[in-house]
Each structure stands twice: as C-alpha cells, then as structure tokens.
Write a protein that binds this ligand. Structure first.
Ligand code: HEC
Ligand SMILES: [Cu+2]
Length: 377
C-alpha cells in the first residue's frame, strides 16, 4: 500500500530511520512556521504602533544594547545547533552500514537498475528484500551519474561512474514501494525506476529459491578469475605466483611500494583491477595489465565478491558467502519452490501477489527447504 491518507503528502514510513528524517523535517517546518508567525505579527504590530503620525519627524536615536544583541545571537545559535545535531545523527546512522548487513550489488545503466543478490538472483527495476533485515547496497553505474532513491525508506544516494557508493536501510513493513532514479540522466530518466518488494523472510526465501539463475556472484567471479580473464595465472593462491596471494586481502591493510598503507576495501580492489599501476603492492613488480574496458561493472562486482570470499575476513564477504550457501541448499534443481506456496504460508497482504508474480507455478512445491539437495559449488 503506497499511501493511506487521501492527499499523499508523504510516502509511507517503511524503514527503521524513516521516522527520524520525518521528525527532523517537521522540526524544521515547526521552527520556520514559528518564525513566520512571529515576524509577520511583528511587521503588523510595528506598522501600526510606529506609523507616521506627524510629517518629517526624526526617530529617537538608539546606540545598541549588549543584552539584546547577545540574546538574539545566542538563541539562533542554539536553534541552529539543534538542527545540526539532528542532521548529524541522521547522517551518521545512514552512512555507516552495519557490518553484518545483507549485501546486494546494484548497477545503474541508462535507463534501468540492475540488482544482483549474493545468492545469484538478478533482477531489473525490482528489488526483493526481506523485512526486518539490515540491507546494504553496493552501487555503481555503467554510464552516467544516477541516484538511487526509495522515498518510503527516506533514503537516496548518488551512483557515480567509476566508484562504489553504498546505502543501507532496514525495511520495517512488508509491501511494495516505489524506486526511482533521482538524477536527471538522459532521455528516459523518468522511466528509470521500479518497485521494491519487502517480503516476510519466508516469502523472501521462497522468492530466492524460485529465481535461480545459475551462478552466484562469487561463482561467476571465480570463473572470470580462473578461466575467462586469467587472473589465476599470476595470482596462484600461494606466494609463488608473479602476483600477490589474494586470499585474505579484502578488508586488510596493504603496504604499497610507495610506503603508504591502505585498506583493501571494495574501492581499492576495483582500482587494483582497473588501474593496477596506480597502487603497487610492496615487493611486487608493476606487471599486472589493466583490465579497463575488458570487464563490465557487473563482472567487477563479481571479481570483488570472489576475492572477498577467499578467506580473509570482511564481514560483508562472509555475508555474501552465507547467502550463497543458503541458496544452494534451497535449490532443488527439478522442483523449484513456487510463488503460490509463498502466498499460502502467510496471510495475504495487499501487494504480496505482485511481490511473487514472476515465479513459475508448481503445485508440488516443497514446504520446507531444509535438505541440501544440490550444491552447485
Ligand atoms: C601478469 C600477471 C597478473 C595478472 C594477469 C593479474 N594480476 Fe593482479 N597483480 C599482479 C601483480 C604483480 C600485482 C602486485 C603489483 C600491483 O599492485 O600492481 C597484482 C595486484 C593485484 C591486486 C592487489 C593485491 C593486493 O595484495 O593488494 C588485486 C586485487 C589484483 N591484482 C587482482 C587481479 C585480478 C582480479 C586479475 C584478473 C582480472 C589480475 N589481478 C590479473 C599481477 C597480475
Ligand atoms: Cu538515472
């Protein structure tokens, strides 16, 4: 349900920090309303009180008042600091994703949003997520700047070419919410959007298992790494290769030939692949060729997911791996769990139908997915 009020002034509050944004907004609105009233009232009062009674008189001279000036400086200072504090708290919450959030990769492209789950599911202009889970999106774009915007979650982040940006949220209500691109990005910008489906965990599990599309990002990344791009010829997974062993590098500090130390986050891994000579690892020769132009953004995301899965320990890598394992246990090659089962398990909600509408229908869908029937790894 998008909106219950008859005038849709506000989208629904459907994420854990939606109320904070709204509270801050109403606070600003209240302050503005208060001062508008005071100022307009003062204009009228002074207009009447000091109206011209006699032609060409001079007003009384005033030489300042320390008390008054201090008063009208301190009060606005305090007010603006409360606004600053509110804004800082909201910002701090929104821009520091929790370490154990479920990670989903999003690539923007004129004019669509492509998402890939840790378990391999891909979707376009749709995002299916479980309710009550912290979700982190790692986003980039294949072409121009876009902006990922979910009004009901009160969250919005630029998606920038050549960089990863992240956004996180915790959906609090199952339902179907609008997803937009909020940065003018060309002719069909207005059509660049879709729906976010927030589902009960069970329905989400069903959805995941009903949409198996082959490889998980980690598997696809391994395939690129070992076969398609030949990274493994230099990065052999031991210290004998011409390139450093990548196991465990993700999230760790790396010493560079320049003497600097950097943290091997997603951005660093990305740059290491696209612009290897930019940051040379200490003790190695700058022989790695650039892969710029040879890998797509999606493949980069997969390579990074793979590198993160090689031991080491970023929590995000771990999350990706767990999700991947789950899905393979849920995959029953011959009998995909269907959307119908999802509907029958929980009381129907207004928009649930569409949340599962892109699944096949199989009346024999198993109720539980506990037994590992197939591990495609
Ligand atoms: C010709 C050999 C060679 C190939 C092929 C190669 N690399 Fe490298 N790679 C290196 C060397 C040498 C370094 C260390 C020097 C540097 O930083 O450029 C390195 C560094 C890296 C780093 C940074 C490692 C660290 O410890 O910080 C990453 C990540 C990386 N490579 C990933 C890849 C990926 C992914 C591929 C395949 C798309 C690939 N490499 C292909 C030789 C290679
Ligand atoms: Cu766009």
């Amino acid at each position: 349900m998008q909106n219950t009020s008859w005038v849709p002034f506000f989208p629904e509050q459907a994420s854990s920090f939606a109320w904070q944004i709204d509270a801050l907004y109403f606070y600003l609105l209240a302050i503005s309303a208060f001062f508008i009233v005071v100022i307009v009232a003062a204009i009228f009062y002074f207009g009447v009180r000091y109206r011209e009674r006699e032609r060409y008189t001079n007003g009384a001279e005033i030489h300042g008042s320390i008390a008054l000036e201090t008063f009208w400086s301190i009060i606005p200072f305090i007010i603006s600091m409360t606004i600053f504090l509110g804004g800082a708290i909201v910002y701090y919450n929104q821009y520091r994703p929790p370490a154990d959030a479920m990670e989903i990769y999003v690539v923007g492209k004129q004019w669509m949003w492509k998402a890939q789950h840790g378990s391999g599911q891909r979707e376009i202009n749709e995002l299916h997520i479980p309710v009550g889970r912290q979700i982190k999106l790692t986003m980039t774009t294949e072409d121009v700047l876009h902006d990922f915007f979910i009004p009901a979650f009160r969250t919005k982040t630029d998606v920038v070419p050549g960089r990863y940006t992240t956004i996180w949220f915790e959906p609090t209500k199952p339902g179907k919410y609008r997803l937009y691109c909020a940065e003018y990005c060309g002719l069909n910008h207005s059509g660049m959007g879709g729906w976010v489906y927030v589902m009960e965990q069970r329905d989400f599990d069903n959805w995941l298992s009903g949409n198996v599309s082959g490889q998980t990002p980690v598997e696809a990344g391994r395939d690129l790494f070992e076969n398609k791009l030949g990274c493994a010829s230099c990065h052999q997974g031991n210290d004998q290769g011409r390139g450093p062993n990548l196991a465990g590098v993700a999230g760790k500090e790396v010493r560079l030939a320049s003497g600097q130390t950097v943290v091997a986050d997603d951005e660093y891994l990305r740059n290491s692949i696209l612009n290897p000579t930019g940051q040379i690892v200490e003790g190695y020769q700058p022989i790695m060729p650039t892969f710029k132009g040879q890998v797509t953004e999606e493949q980069l995301v997969q390579l990074i997911a793979y590198i993160k899965s090689l031991g080491g320990n970023t929590t995000t890598g771990a999350t990706t791996r767990t999700a991947a394992t789950n899905s393979s246990t849920m995959t029953t090659g011959s009998a995909p769990v269907n959307g119908g089962a999802a509907d029958s398990m929980t009381p129907p909600k207004a928009d649930r139908g569409s949340a599962v509408n892109n699944q096949g229908s199989n009346p024999n869908a198993p109720e539980t997915r506990s037994e590992p029937t197939n591990t495609n790894r």
